[in-house]
Ligand binder design. Structure first.
Ligand code: F6P
Length: 321
């Protein structure tokens, strides 16, 4: 029997469990023994390996998070940790390691490849910052959660004629911010450094045009939204509140699209495994499942999706700022 090992690493994203369940089903159907390393690369170092059994998976495809756990494992980047991981893979006679995660996790997969291990990488990150793939598992769910939260908050903000600032995740990638701004018809979307004066003028214009509850969407890691809310409240005379969507974006039931993407990626994983195609990252581009060399993929990061960026600019082309 052939052995495959899967792990989820870095920030979890909704759809990881859907992928794990589909992969387990397909491995069972194709006589592949599917092992899992708990807590990502850490499980390789600590020999924390379990076997996945489809009959015990109930309805995990509907859950956010990862049933095999995740972590950000710095030890894996040190020689000692890395060598322990290689030893564990040998001990369990693993023929391929499937790494589900984002950019940092893909670098771990690349390092394994460079050490002679067969790897397949699967995009699983809310940030959607892997440039080779239009979509990552969990991105759509994260946007859905952010939109739902904004729609709820908007009700109370409009009741009080308050302005509100919502910070969304994305690390260095603007995709969640752009997507949620388009869907919620945000008044300003801040995705890169913007001077305070510029934001203030923009907000003043929006208020002048008769909008009593301006919505400002901000990508994380750019500015202090509480400070911005205080400044805008002082300078405009209108009360502003600041809210971070935060980890609410990383959990929750995956959308149907994320579940479907998980199934497509699992099918492709098993096909590649059976064909002996390794050292690759599988993704989805122009509605097609594709694969690229993992060493190339780890050198490219997306700051924003051109499609979302263009759509945002087309849709809001008449905006004053
Ligand atoms: O990479 C996914 C992500 O959710 C980012 O959007 C965010 O900046 C980061 O992880 C948060 O990391 P942590 O879970 O370690 O706080």
């Amino acid at each position: 029997m052939k052995n495959m090992l899967v792990l989820t690493s870095g920030g979890d994203s909704s759809g990881m469990n859907s992928y794990l369940k589909s992969l387990t089903k397909l491995c069972r159907d194709n006589d592949i023994k599917l092992l899992a390393s708990r807590y990502g690369f850490r499980g390789l170092i600590e020999n924390d390996i379990i076997e996945l059994d489809f009959d015990k998976m109930d309805f995990v495809e509907n859950l956010g998070g990862s049933i095999i756990k995740s972590s950000r494992c710095l030890e894996f980047m040190q020689d000692d940790g890395f060598n322990k991981a290689l030893k564990t893979l040998k001990e369990h006679d693993v023929q391929c390691v499937v790494v589900v995660g984002g950019n940092g996790s893909f670098k771990g997969a690349r390092d394994l490849k460079n050490a002679g291990v067969n790897v397949i990488a699967i995009p699983g990150t809310v940030d959607n910052d892997l440039a080779y793939s239009d979509l990552s598992l969990g991105f759509e769910t994260a946007c859905q959660s952010a939109v739902e939260l904004i729609n709820i908050i908007r009700q109370t903000m409009e009741t009080f004629d308050r302005g509100f600032i919502v910070e969304v995740m994305g690390r260095d990638c603007a995709d969640i911010a752009l997507y949620t701004s388009i869907i919620t018809n945000a008044d300003i979307c801040i995705t890169e450094d913007m001077q305070n004066d510029e934001i203030l003028n923009c907000v003043k214009n929006i208020i002048k045009s008769g909008n009593e509850s301006p919505l400002v969407v901000v990508k994380e890691n750019l500015l202090d939204i509480d400070e911005l809310a205080n400044n805008l409240s002082k300078q405009t005379g209108k009360t502003f509140r600041a809210i971070k969507v935060g980890y609410a974006q990383r959990g929750g039931e995956p959308t149907n699209s994320d579940k479907m993407l998980a199934i497509e990626l699992a099918c492709a994983t098993v096909k590649k495994f059976l064909n002996g195609e390794f050292g690759i990252a599988i993704g989805k581009n122009n509605d097609k499942i594709i694969s690229k060399d993992i060493s190339v993929v780890t050198t490219q990061r997306r700051l924003y999706s051109q499609r979302l960026y263009d759509l945002y600019n087309d849709y809001f082309s008449k905006k004053s700022c």
